[in-house]
Every structure is written in structure tokens, then in C-alpha cells.
Design a protein around this ligand. Structure first.
Ligand SMILES: [Zn+2]
Ligand SMILES: [Zn+2]
Length: 266
């Protein structure tokens, strides 16, 4: 039994899920706990959808559900903030305004472009696009301090023209090591995000070689999330998680309660 600490609901523009249906799905799958992490992506690249939500409404709704499910499953209130180098101050204030349990920092925008779109790869190799994304990730985590774990570290590799073909830990070891060392040195963690498997990659994010390296460098904080946007995707492929983590040297996984790491046996 694990906790799913990365999921979205109708408070995110890319999900229509009723938070209650997400909780019911988690209970049906016997999870230990859930943590909602809707998108707060200030200054998101493209026009149209606003990638932010009303934080008062969010807390009202989630608090009600916490109470309603009190005896069945712990419901925690988190957020996935979209990291960009100029947003350090914004997020410092943002996360302090409410008692969040957990803050994921994720890179969804690289130099004002979203790596989800094909234009990001035009006129260059996937490897170049990945390198730029990792470099931007490193820049972001030095500029924005107010998060607990870095989200889906190598998720850009699911969107490249040739997906994982031009990706391996070794190929980007220098920059990935910088990211991992910085996170470890600043008391932050990473997450194991099973959406990679859902997108047809042969690995969850990040790749096992990165997980192993993180552990080798002394990394201990690792949360687990499916990044579900629909109830049926809660805890996606979680049966594979203990083996993935154990084979990379982990004996524990992590949850966050009131921004504090709690370690649980695998
Ligand atoms: Zn994300
Ligand atoms: Zn997410």
C-alpha cells in the first residue's frame, strides 16, 4: 500500500475530475493516503486557459472532503507549482498564504515554451531540447526555493520526436548530477511519477538510472505519484513501484504532511 501524492482535479484546466471521485478511486485501490496537487502555473506560456486556481475555493472544497473521509483515508492538500526563473518571490508568498501539506515544483515551461508542443523540437535534435530543459530545470530550482520535491524530472523525454531514443542518464549525467546534488544539498527531494509508463515509455519518471544515481549521491526523499487527471488513473501501475524503488537502493518512500517529510517502509 502506497500513497498517491500527485493528482489533479477540476481545479486544473487539464482535468475534469471530481475530487471526490479521485478519493473513492484511491479507497477502492487500498491506498494509504492521497494528496491533491492541482496546477498553479503562473505566467504559463500559451494563451487561453488560465493555469491557476482560486486557492480559497480549493481549500474550502478539500477541507470538506478531508472531514468527510476522515475515518477512511487521509486527504492532503498540495499544489504543483510551475517553476520559472522569475517566479521565486511569487511562489514564496504563494505557498505561505495557506497551510499546504505538500508542494511539487515542476518545469512545464522552458524559455516561454511548453515542451509538450512539437514546436519546441523544431530545427534541433531531441537531445538538444532535453539538454536545454535540464539546464532550465537547474536554473529554476536555484531561483525558486519554495517546493518540497522536483516533479517528473525527465518528463520532457516523453514528448520528443523520438521519445526516449536520444535519452539516457549517461548522456546528460553532468547536468542531471547538478540537479540532484542541488536538491539533496537543499533538503529537497524528487518524485517517482508513474505517468511515464502511462505515456508508453519503458520507465516511470525519472529513469531508474537517475533514481539509482540520486540514491548513490545520498538522496532519500522520494514521493510517489501517478499524476492522474482521471479517477481511473489514480495509483496507475503502483504495483511496480516497490520493486522499482528497492532495485534502486531505496528502503523507504516519503509523504509530506504540513510540509514535513514522513518516511514509510517499502
Ligand atoms: Zn506536471
Ligand atoms: Zn501534475
Amino acid at each position: 500500500m502506497l500513497s498517491d501524492c500527485h493528482m489533479h482535479t477540476q481545479f486544473s484546466p487539464d482535468s475534469e475530475a471530481d475530487p471526490e471521485a479521485m478519493i473513492e478511486s484511491a479507497i477502492a485501490k487500498n491506498l494509504d493516503a492521497v494528496c491533491f496537487t492541482d496546477h498553479e502555473d503562473k505566467d504559463y506560456a500559451s494563451e487561453g486557459n488560465k493555469w491557476t486556481f482560486d486557492v480559497d475555493q480549493y481549500f474550502d472544497r478539500m477541507k470538506d472532503l478531508q472531514e468527510k473521509y476522515r475515518l477512511k483515508i487521509p486527504v492532503r492538500i498540495g499544489v504543483e507549482i510551475g517553476l520559472q526563473p522569475h517566479l521565486g518571490e511569487y511562489y514564496r508568498d504563494y505557498v505561505r498564504q495557506k497551510p499546504f501539506d505538500f508542494v511539487i515544483g515542476s518545469v512545464h515551461v522552458v524559455k516561454s515554451m511548453d515542451p509538450y508542443y512539437k514546436e519546441f523540437y523544431e530545427g534541433r535534435s531531441d537531445a538538444d531540447a532535453y539538454e536545454e530543459t535540464f539546464a532550465e530545470t537547474y536554473e529554476n530550482i536555484r531561483r525558486v526555493e519554495d517546493f518540497d520535491v522536483l516533479g517528473h524530472l525527465d518528463y520532457v523525454t516523453r514528448y520528443g520526436m523520438h521519445k526516449e531514443e536520444e535519452y539516457s542518464y549517461r548522456r546528460f549525467a553532468d547536468i542531471i548530477d547538478e540537479i540532484l546534488r542541488y536538491l539533496i544539498g537543499h533538503g529537497k527531494g524528487i518524485e517517482l511519477n508513474t505517468a511515464g509508463l502511462k505515456y508508453g515509455l519503458p520507465y516511470a519518471h525519472p529513469h531508474k538510472d537517475v533514481l539509482r544515481r540520486y540514491r548513490e549521491l545520498g538522496g532519500e526523499i522520494i514521493t510517489v505519484g501517478a499524476d492522474a487527471h482521471k479517477p481511473e488513473h489514480v495509483a496507475y501501475d503502483f504495483h511496480k513501484v516497490p520493486e522499482i524503488l528497492k532495485s534502486c537502493g531505496f528502503r523507504y518512500y516519503t509523504e509530506f504532511v504540513q510540509r514535513k517529510a514522513v518516511f514509510k517502509n517499502l
